[in-house]
Each structure stands twice: as C-alpha cells, then as structure tokens.
Design a protein around this ligand. Sequence first.
Ligand SMILES: [Zn+2]
Length: 342
Amino acid sequence: MKCIYCLEDKPNNFFVKTEHVLPQSFGKFKNNLTLNKVVCDECNEYFGNNLEISLGRDTLEGMSRFEHKVKNKHEFKSSGKKNRINIKVDEGPFKGAYAYREYSDLEDKIIIKPIPQVGFKKVDAHNYEYFPLDKIPDKQYLEKHFSLNTPKPITVLGCTAADAQKHLSEKNISLSSNPDGEFSLSEKPSDWGCVVTARIDQIIFRSIAKIAFNYLTYWAERDIGQGFVFDSSFNPIRRYIRFGEKISFPFVVIIEKAIMYDEPIVGKRKLGHLITLDQSKNKLSIVSDVSLFNFNTYSVLLAKDNKWKSFSLRKGNFFNIANKEVLELIPRDMISGQEIIN
Ligand SMILES: [Zn+2]
C-alpha cells in the first residue's frame, strides 16, 4: 500500500486512521468525505499536529468555529505566544492596546484580555501607544516620540507594575517615579470594539492545500481510478503539503471571488464550507477552490501540466453548518438548478 503524501510503500497496518477531506475540527458531518487506506498514519498524525492545529486555532476561520457553534466555547484553546491573530482595542480608554481571546469560566464566554504591555503617552496627544513587554523600543526612540516628562507618561496593562519595570529597566526607563498602577481590560471586555487582523503563512496555506489534494483524491478514486493521484505531476503539491517544499510560484493564493455563482464578493453568503475541483480557465492546470465558512476563497494549484488539457473532473461540495449535511454542487454551465458553482 502506498501513501499519497509520502509515497512510501507500507503494510496494511500503517493505514489504520481515517483521513477526513476536511479536518473534523471544522465540523462533523453526516455524510462526510473521508479517505481510507491512502494516507499513512504517520502522515495523518503529522498533519494533525503540525498543520490542522494551526488552521483551527490560529486563523479567522478557526475563530469563527465558536461563533457558529462548530466548536463548543469550553473547548477554546489559545494558540500560545506565536500568534497569527492580532487583536487591537479600537475604542475606549485603552484604544490601541493589544488583546487576546480566552474562555472565561466566570462569564461562561470567550472574552478578550490584555496581553502584558506598556503604553507611552504620545506627544501632543492624550492617548497612549502600546508595546508588548518584549517589544519595548529603546529609550532614545521613546524620548523622541513620546511625552515622557508629563504626568502619567506610562501605563501598564495585563501585568503587574513590577513585571513591567523589569522590562523597562533593561531600557533604562524608570516607572517608579510615575507609577500608574495596573489596568485591566477585563472590566468590561465585551464593550470594546476591536480590530482583528490575521497573518496567513505557509502552514495555513499548506493546510488548505491538503484539503484540496484530499478532495482531488476522493473524487479521482471514484470517477477516474485509484492510481490517478500518484501521477508525478502531483509530486510538487504533495511535497509542499507534506514537507513544505516550495517552487517558484505559489501553490495557494487568496482570490476575491465567491465560489457560489449567486453570492457576492463582499456580503452575506450561505453558512458552510466549500470545496471545488476544476481545470483552470486556460486549461493548463488542475485547480481546487477552498473556502472555510464561505469566507476567504483560497485557490490551490494542484498540478500544472499540458497533459491535463482534457481533465474533465468538475466537482463541488457544500458542507452545510446548519444541518451538518454535505451537498454536491453542479457547475453552472452543466445544469441550471439550485446550488450552482460559478
Ligand atoms: Zn505517508
């Protein structure tokens, strides 16, 4: 038996786990698409520990799981310090402060809390600019850009004054002459609007590419034949997914497009995940579009080869969050009907 990712031949008992086309952390669906005996347990485990954990905990789509009750709020886990998601308070007395999300037992909801940081009073302004403790600029920079000699020039958030002082002392800045005490964002956390930005890196792109390649495998097995995905023109994409090896052009790009033909680029769309498979418009490659929660549309280049000129496998599935059913979609030019791909 051969694994579609590492291409290693392994005995039957190395293919025990079921690989889900779409990670189960994004929903458990009734008629889910799964792969059996084609992804070895070692690759399956690697993906779970290295790709899917970040896709789930450290993306805007992952955050949406709680909002749409795909995940229970009690299961909320922070992605730790190396966060791809950046939350900044956008109003109120702590405007500009950095925050993170955490499940609160007390309030029984996910709340925002300040990360350990200090704010310096801006020149000619009443508000502060905040810096995480490990990113405090040098004294020279601070003296140039901030009013350090006015009352309450420094404010401390998310940690004790002593913690902040430790980091400030390294920069020869003293807090003791202007102790400002500790503030806490958690006083009325839900009252403050925040700006959330997310960094999408190669780990996230590889997780998306894996969904796309799993999807190709799922349909190729049924409609073309088992050996199809072992073709060498898929080696670059599988090596990218499994080992992070890059080539001169990106495998995954974000495109400004709704996958459903009747949905807007910006605005309300149906609630669910979407995956499609088709030729590229110039017929020179096989592409798959993936959208989790029908939010960002990622376009994945699965293979670029002239020999796929006549590739005719065109598929689409909609993973309905509300009723947990997986629905098959039909390309717009093949039929006129209800749920149609662009
Ligand atoms: Zn493998």
